[in-house]
Design a binder for this molecule. Structure first.
Ligand SMILES: Cc1cc2nc3c(=O)[nH]c(=O)nc-3n(C[C@H](O)[C@H](O)[C@H](O)COP(=O)(O)OP(=O)(O)OC[C@H]3O[C@@H](n4cnc5c(N)ncnc54)[C@H](O)[C@@H]3O)c2cc1C
Length: 428
């Protein structure tokens, strides 16, 4: 077991202790030239690097800490379907055609995620199935409507409505009402995926550097990226920083804001436990979503405690135990072996902030709790755009992602106020 602790994310994750060997990569040492520099080694950056390197591009990845120390190595592992914003909301805002294009993009993202692992021969403990149970009875009608709408207008028939009794059986708990079952998606071990992705990118020829924080990006005849251990010059740059901006581009902070989300892992549950008998993932209908699933070795991995300020709350394990107990009272005294968290970068409309900030300098971040598929796929789409193969990324680039209100002074307190208000509505 490794005792490594990410310097940017609190708590040692169970993923860290179950991912097998986590290779290290060298720090940049001196100056380099490249076609493309990617700053940030999470799913987004590494996926872009893999697809660029496969096409013969000279690509350098700079990671401030270790690959997977950000959200990509520590998340809930749930892929979901579609975008973080649901199709009904998207249709109202951007119309059916664009909403459908974003749905199709997410379907491509699912296929791309799984085929990348398969083609490069790395395992990620993929398990099919996702349940979305309703915590208020009146939401059942909306869930039914969504199922019908997806079947009729999006040709998506992998989702079905479960009555309360069926949901109770699927969850092993009567805590919820009805809800949906989606057999067209599933969940993965994110750190195993991240390790496999980094290794595939390195094998394809990408130059990967850890412990190499970028401290400045300047444009001359080329981009010049200064790190604490050398400088890289390149024609194009991708910022794949998620919510960790490090003041590299302060203007990003008004569109993408960090919130913290926390997960706990129990000891392995007995094989015959009635909890999640089909090992489906769960994300419920609350504003502060409770998301949980069983690991390959039968632990309950449970997320749902959030924090909106900068400091790490001292009650992560207690808060998670309380939430688990509400749903599974029989687990009141079950040991929680790991509790950890990370930075979920959110935007106002909960859709990613993908922009060409200036010619040749791209940003992709703010995947708002839906980045397992979409950060991976955004990296790939940006790579395809750089290679001149596809402009699918424009569907994200054209989305209106307004600034958080309040300017640099009041943005954070306003965010805390608004999110706390919505979290309170969950309980009413
Ligand atoms: C607890 C938690 C649970 C989640 N659950 C889910 C889920 O179930 N399903 C889902 O779809 N999404 C989930 N998410 C969100 C998902 O993990 C993210 O959207 C996704 O991993 C973002 O990937 P990324 O590559 O953009 O960012 P990250 O993985 O955060 O990578 C960004 C990297 O940039 C590096 N960096 C920052 N600044 C610099 C710099 N100056 N120089 C060099 N490197 C730098 C950081 O060190 C970091 O490694 C969850 C997130 C968290 C935290």
């Amino acid at each position: 077991m490794s005792a490594y602790q990410s310097p940017i994310s609190p708590g040692r994750s169970w993923y860290e202790d179950s991912c097998g060997l986590r290779p290290t990569y060298p720090a940049l040492n001196g100056d380099k030239n490249a076609d493309v520099v990617i700053i940030g080694g999470g799913f987004c950056g590494l996926s872009a690097a893999l697809h660029l390197a496969q096409a013969g591009t000279n690509v350098v990845v700079l990671e401030a800490h270790r690959f997977g120390d950000g959200a990509s190595g520590r998340n809930g592992g749930q892929m979901g379907s579609g975008q973080r914003a649901d199709v009904m909301k998207l249709e109202k805002e951007i119309g059916f055609e664009r909403s459908r294009a974003l749905w199709d993009m997410a379907e491509d993202a699912k296929k791309s995620l799984l085929s990348t692992a398969e083609n490069h021969g790395f395992g990620c403990d993929y398990q099919m199935g996702q349940l979305t149970p309703m915590h208020k009875e009146r939401f059942d009608a909306e869930a039914r409507e969504e199922v019908e709408h997806l079947s009729k207008n999006y040709d998506y028939d992998a989702i079905s409505f479960l009555e309360r009794e069926e949901m109770t059986e699927a969850l092993g708990s009567s805590h919820y009402y009805g809800g949906t079952r989606d057999t067209g998606t599933g969940h993965i071990h994110p750190m195993k995926y991240l390790i496999g992705l980094a290794s595939a990118a390195a094998k394809a020829g990408a130059q990967l550097f850890e412990q190499s924080p970028a401290v400045d990006v300047k444009r001359g005849s080329q981009f010049e990226i200064k790190t604490t251990c050398g400088t890289v010059r390149a024609d194009r740059v991708l910022l794949a920083l998620n919510g960790h901006h490090n003041d590299l581009r302060p203007e990003l902070a008004s569109h993408v804001m960090p919130i913290q989300s926390f997960i706990g892992a129990t000891i392995p549950l007995p094989e015959d436990s009635p909890i999640l008998p089909n090992k489906e993932a769960v994300d419920d209908s609350r504003f502060v979503v409770r998301y949980f699933r069983k690991s390959k070795d039968n632990r309950l991995l449970f997320g749902g405690r959030e924090a909106y300020g900068k400091s790490t709350p001292g009650d992560i394990e207690r808060a998670i135990r309380k939430q688990i107990t509400e749903i599974y009272p029989e687990l009141t005294n079950t040991e929680i072996t790991h509790a950890w968290g990370g930075n979920v970068a959110i935007t106002m409309p909960r859709m990613p902030y993908v922009r060409e900030l200036e010619p040749g300098l791209w940003n992709a971040g703010g995947f708002s709790g839906h980045g397992v598929m979409m950060s991976n796929y955004s990296g790939r789409m940006i790579a395809e755009h750089f290679l001149g193969n596809s402009d699918q990324i424009n569907h994200l680039k054209e989305l209106d992602i307004p600034s958080f209100p309040g300017g640099s002074l009041f943005r954070n307190p306003l965010k805390i106020l608004a999110l706390t208000w919505y979290a309170m509505l969950d309980r009413v």
